[in-house]
Design a protein around this ligand. Structure first.
Ligand SMILES: Nc1nc2c(ncn2[C@@H]2O[C@H](COP(=O)(O)OP(=O)(O)O)[C@@H](O)[C@H]2O)c(=O)[nH]1
Ligand SMILES: [Mg+2]
Length: 425
């Protein structure tokens, strides 16, 4: 059965992992008691913003009442699990810091967010300094992961080799036996190995030298752990030159500029009724702004003292107007894009899109109560087993009561609204 996708936050101490996690999980959109809210202190539920299925049908938005998360004007916040992988320092794979403990946590992650302190005010160990070059962190952190996996492999390499030859296994079979603990699949490994062109042919596995093994492990890490860089602390004056250096020659899709502390601050002020803030946007309104716009009683917002007003002004100038937002919400969207996550909307009734029950507080007119996130290339049948377990499946319908096959790959906008009929066909 496919697991729920899990996004791991990595980065050296004091880069801002906990702040980023808090900024993403302390959402006002958190309604209902999500069952996994307190699995352990490192795990939390963030909210991924996606276009909701209700937006495709006129007049349905008002009746869209998610069981978990929220939906505002067709923008839906869907719960997604986050893991704070703390304690990563140079030398971790040899046991420095928390050592292999966090590397073991990593196994469960589908994508990584590497939180980088771009202010240059913390060194590789996370100690306070000035003028540190954060592009180094990107290099060493990745090599820690590669070295960890390679180290585990090299320890057993001679017996792996012997078994490979004796059982006449394919390279994918042999590697899958070694890498399944990191969440590999045969198709992922086939993809990884296909990256080596005939010009850089790998040759038979039993003849691989250490450099070849290293290249294979490195390619596997890229495929298994797609990574978004969250260049954090952009509110700091030293950030600009460091960002420019890191951005050079990188795919911009894998990079987001963030100020996690600003997001935490804005959400707190909104909760205390000092501002109106649309999470993840550049829109912050104070009582004065609203009064100016003719909103009665300033929208009921509270008066701020001069100090607080100045902080808001600075935050607008340094972060929101310069970068368009605090960036943290985009971090999750980017990670979801890298993973190719597809939101699927299981409904009881394919005509009304209702759940057919009045439980859960949404009323019996509520539509699109459920949304599950699945990885790309997931089939309709796999979604069924994830949602309904082992019960026998009679047939599946999508919009217009059109039958869909269990083997169809779910695709956004095509067959992502599904009604499962339990029983014998
Ligand atoms: N200036 C600035 N400081 C931040 C930002 N995010 C986190 N910090 C500060 O960096 C320090 C370490 O943050 P923390 O989240 O505990 O880092 P962790 O060790 O990676 O979990 C704290 O003092 C935070 O207040 C940010 O966006 N801007
Ligand atoms: Mg922390």
């Amino acid at each position: 059965m496919p697991r729920d996708p899990l996004i791991g936050l990595v980065g050296k101490p004091s880069s801002g992992k906990s702040t980023t996690l808090n900024s993403l999980t302390d959402a006002s959109s958190k309604v209902g008691n999500f069952p996994f809210t307190t699995i352990d202190p490192q795990r939390a539920i963030g909210y991924l913003q996606i276009p909701c299925a209700c937006a495709r049908f006129p007049d349905l938005s008002a009746r869209c009442k998610p069981n978990y998360g929220s939906c505002v004007d067709g923008r839906r916040s869907v719960p997604i699990e986050l893991l704070d992988v703390a304690g990563l320092v140079p030398g971790a794979h040899e046991g420095k810091g928390l050592g292999n403990k966090f590397l073991d946590d990593l196994r469960h992650a589908d994508a990584l967010v590497h939180v980088v302190d771009v202010s240059g005010c913390t060194d590789a160990e996370g100690k306070a300094t000035r003028g540190y070059d954060p592009s180094q962190d990107i290099v060493w952190l990745r090599s820690e992961i590669v070295n960890w996996i390679q180290g585990n492999l090299m320890e057993k390499w001679s017996s792996i080799k012997r078994r490979h030859v004796a059982t006449k296994s394919s390279p994918v079979e042999t590697l899958q036996a070694q890498f399944s603990g990191y969440g590999s699949t045969p198709s992922l490994l086939a993809l990884t190995l296909s990256r080596f062109s005939s010009a850089h042919a790998l040759g038979p596995l039993e003849a691989w030298d250490e450099a070849t093994i290293s290249a294979v492990v490195s390619a596997f890490v890229d495929d298994k752990f797609p990574t978004v860089l969250a260049l954090n602390k952009i509110d700091h004056a030293d950030a600009d030159k460091n960002i420019a250096k890191i951005a050079k020659g990188r795919d911009p899709q894998t990079m987001v500029l963030t100020s996690a502390i600003s997001e935490v601050f804005l959400r707190r002020l909104a909760k205390q009724a000092y501002v109106r803030y649309v999470e993840g946007s550049e829109v912050v309104e104070t009582r004065e702004d609203l009064l100016e716009d003719g909103v009665e009683d300033g929208g009921g917002l509270r008066e701020m003292d001069e100090k607080l007003k100045t902080r808001i002004e600075n935050l607008r100038d340094m972060v929101l107007y310069r970068f368009g937002s605090t960036g943290v919400v985009q971090v999750l969207s980017r990670a979801a894009e890298l993973l190719g996550l597809v939101p699927v909307f299981p409904v009881r009734n394919i005509h009304s899109f209702g759940s057919g029950s009045a439980t859960g507080g949404g009323g019996k007119d509520a539509v699109f109560r459920d949304c599950v996130l699945v990885k790309k290339n997931t089939t309709v049948g796999e979604v069924y087993r994830k949602v309904m377990g082992d019960a026998p499946l009679a047939y599946v319908e999508t919009v217009g009561a059109v039958r869909v096959s269990e083997d169809d790959i779910v695709t956004s906008g095509k067959n992502d609204i599904l009604s499962f009929k339990v029983g014998r066909a």
